[in-house]
Structure formats: structure tokens, C-alpha cells
Write a protein that binds this ligand. Structure first.
Ligand SMILES: Cc1ncc(COP(=O)(O)O)c(C=O)c1O
Length: 400
């Protein structure tokens, strides 16, 4: 007889075969967080370069003060769902502020970005509808698709021509088709060819959803993301995003120029059947959103750091994602090499994320570095120096 746990044996065996030395690169414990860019792992001081803290706002004094004040005023948690137990005024205010930020009439706050995708996509599309998504979309988008019962069609990553081919085949069904892409993709840090995608949508119809999880606060003159940077916001029907990256907290949202977005609240199980974000979280996010708007210099610093890191690693001959950005990905070869490299980086005081196949493109291990506006140039250079010192471990490999 099979037990419920038998299926974990092969996972456990694979993990032990690959990772024999602690600490583990999977689910690493960060013992202390000292600042947006410094912490302690396994007794060592490390530069944090794997935390998606793009603007460094987790320790921003204004965000912390706003969170403290909300904690004192309204307590530690809301202890319930907005639909069943009511919204706090601050939830509604944040929705108004998000709507204003994106210059759209409607915005809905969810408990995480993952839940935002489940809550929006999973409710918008039904059994008779079609979802056409970029093959490299995040797991939350794939999971949302599963909830819908819709026809799910993938197009080749960042290939607007392939999207066009698939929409053409759908004919009149594009009227109830949802196209889903991301602003910046989380593994390789590359941007969607959004102007081309919008042109395809204009020719064939459909609704366009852009998940700006990694591009909010990062791209666009006001930090509204890739759609702003590319000047195509009017063609984007739905923006989804998270509070867990550039905004330095936790939570998610959807915004739209379709006023019907508000109706989602009455039908979306991931909105209805989960507790709302805590008052302190909402307060820090509201402040962080103002900072995204008012402190454009953070964006400039983030990009200067991203360029410095990307070009520094490129000069060393590392195989990188296609373009600089807040996520700098280094392709490393086998999973074993990836694990050894990750430990080598940690020994040199650098904490980044190791991503292993099948979550990576091309079956290679990938070192995913996330850059922050809060990194100083010395830290960026220390990361580059650690990669340089470990390069011989990978053997001779010239970039193409
Ligand atoms: C593209 C994308 N969407 C959604 C999410 C989920 O965000 P959250 O961490 O708020 O659940 C992520 C986070 O990794 C992401 O990369």
C-alpha cells in the first residue's frame, strides 16, 4: 500500500544527492537581517543580493513609521476577510491610491501577488473562454489558469509572431480571450516586447493582462512598469502586481480601466475566502507607493547598480540573461556546479538565489541575483569579485 508520503521519497533522494553540505541553497535560513542589503547566513556576514528588494524600502524610515503607527492604532491583524468581516478604511484608501497611481478607475487589493493572479485570472476566465499566455509566465499565472476550465494556449516566450499565429487561429474567439504576459520575467530578467504584443492584440482582439510584479517601481518615468515605459498603458486591460518586491512588504493588486473589475470582489474566491492584509502592511505599502512616485532617484540608483553588475559579469565572460535589469541571471551549467558555486559565493559573503531545473530554461542551473537601489557600488563590486574568483570552478567556457 502507498502512503501519502511515498511520493516525496524521490524528491528527498534527489535533494540529498545534490545537496550534501549545509546550509542548503533551497529554503536558506537568513539568521539576521541587518539592512536591505546586509544579513547573516550560517554565521557569516553576507551581502543580500537575492531578496527582490529593488528599491531597498524594507527599512525605509517613513514606511516603518507608518507601519508602527498603524500597528498601534489598529492592532496586529484584521482577523478576517474583507467580504465577510469588512474592509478597514486603509484598504479602501490604498485601492483609491493605486487607481490614481495607474490612472485607472478601479483597483482591488489582494493578500499576495500570487493570490491576485488566482483572484483575477481565475475569476475573469471561465469554461468557454481562452487564455493565451507566454510560456515563461510565473507559477501563479499557471495555477490561476488551472482554476478557470478555459482553453489554455501557450505561445513561445517573448515571441509576438507566435502569439499572432495563435490568435489568428482563434478567429472570433479572441472576443473572449485573455492574453497574459509579464513586464520583466522573474528568471532571466528579460522584458516582454510589449509594443509588438499590443500591436498583435490590436489586429486580432482580446484582452491584455500584464503582470508587473518585477517592473512596478522599476520601469517607466513614474514607476508604473513596462506598459508606462513603452507608452502602451491604454492598451493594457489589466495590470497585476505585488507589494512584495519594490514596495518592500506583502500583498498584491489588480487595476483596470474596465469599471467591471469591481465585480470581481463578489465572485473571486481568492478575494473572498482569505484574510485581508494587516493594517501595518497596508500602511507601509501606502507610504512605499508615494515614495515610488516621489523619489525617482531610487529608480536611477537601481538601474545604475543593475548595469554595473550586468556589464561587470559580462566582461568576465559569464553567460547572462538577455538584458540588464533588477534581476541579473547567470547560467552556470549543471545543478552540481550550481550548488558548489552557490556555496562558494556564500563563503565569500554573497547571498543570491540558486534556481535549479526544471524551473530554469534549458536545463541549466541559474544564479539569480536581485539588485537593489540600496546596494552601494562597493557591494556590487564585491559581488562581481566573488563571481570572478569562482569562475575557474566552471571550467573553460566562452560566451557566444
Ligand atoms: C510574475 C510574478 N507574479 C506574481 C508573483 C507573486 O507575488 P507574491 O510574492 O506577492 O505572491 C511573483 C513572485 O515571485 C512573480 O514573479
Amino acid at each position: 500500500m502507498m502512503s501519502l508520503f511515498d511520493k516525496f521519497q524521490s524528491l528527498s533522494d534527489a535533494r540529498h544527492a545534490l545537496i550534501q553540505v549545509e546550509p542548503s541553497p533551497i529554503g536558506t535560513r537568513i539568521d539576521e537581517v541587518l539592512s536591505p542589503t546586509e544579513g547573516r547566513v550560517d554565521g557569516r556576514s553576507v551581502i543580500l543580493a537575492g531578496t527582490n528588494n529593488y528599491l531597498g524600502l524594507t527599512f525605509d524610515p517613513d514606511c516603518i513609521a507608518a507601519a508602527h503607527a498603524a500597528l498601534d492604532r489598529e492592532g496586529t491583524g484584521t482577523t478576517g476577510s474583507r467580504m465577510a468581516n469588512g474592509s478597514y478604511a486603509s484598504h479602501t484608501r490604498l485601492e483609491e491610491e493605486l487607481a490614481r497611481f495607474f490612472a485607472r478607475p478601479s483597483a482591488v487589493v489582494f493578500s499576495t501577488g500570487y493570490v491576485a493572479n488566482l483572484g483575477l485570472i481565475g475569476t475573469l476566465a471561465g469554461a468557454d473562454d481562452v487564455i493565451v499566455l507566454d510560456a515563461d509566465c510565473h507559477a501563479s499565472i499557471y495555477d490561476a489558469c488551472r482554476l478557470t476550465g478555459a482553453d489554455i494556449i501557450r505561445f513561445r516566450h517573448n515571441d509576438a509572431g507566435d502569439l499572432e499565429k495563435r490568435l489568428r487561429r482563434l478567429g472570433e474567439r479572441t472576443a473572449n480571450t485573455l492574453i497574459v504576459v509579464e513586464g520583466i520575467y522573474s528568471m532571466l530578467g528579460d522584458q516582454a516586447p510589449l509594443r509588438e504584443i499590443v500591436a498583435v492584440k490590436r489586429r486580432h482582439g482580446g484582452y491584455l493582462l500584464v503582470d508587473e510584479a518585477h517592473s512596478l517601481g522599476v520601469l517607466g518615468a513614474h514607476g508604473r512598469g513596462l506598459a508606462e515605459a513603452e507608452g502602451v498603458e491604454a492598451d493594457v486591460d489589466f495590470v497585476v502586481g505585488t507589494f512584495s518586491k519594490s514596495l518592500g512588504a506583502i500583498g498584491g493588486f489588480a487595476a483596470s480601466h474596465h469599471p467591471e473589475l469591481d465585480m470581481i470582489r463578489y465572485a473571486s474566491r481568492p478575494y473572498i475566502f482569505t484574510a485581508s492584509p494587516s493594517p501595518a502592511t497596508i500602511a507601509s505599502v501606502r507610504t512605499a507607493l508615494q515614495i515610488v512616485h516621489s523619489r525617482g532617484e531610487l529608480r536611477q540608483r537601481l538601474w545604475a547598480n543593475a548595469e554595473r553588475l550586468y556589464h561587470g559579469l559580462a566582461r568576465l565572460g559569464f553567460e547572462l540573461g538577455p538584458e540588464p535589469g533588477p534581476v541579473v541571471a547567470t547560467l552556470l551549467g549543471s545543478p552540481q556546479q550550481g550548488v558548489a558555486f552557490w556555496h562558494g559565493l556564500l563563503d565569500r559573503g554573497v547571498y543570491v538565489n540558486l534556481v535549479l531545473p526544471p524551473a530554469t530554461p534549458g536545463g541549466q542551473a541559474l544564479m539569480r541575483i536581485s539588485v537593489s537601489a540600496a546596494h552601494n557600488t562597493t557591494q556590487i563590486d564585491q559581488v562581481i569579485a566573488a563571481f570572478a574568483a569562482l569562475k575557474p570552478m566552471l571550467g573553460h567556457h566562452e560566451p557566444e
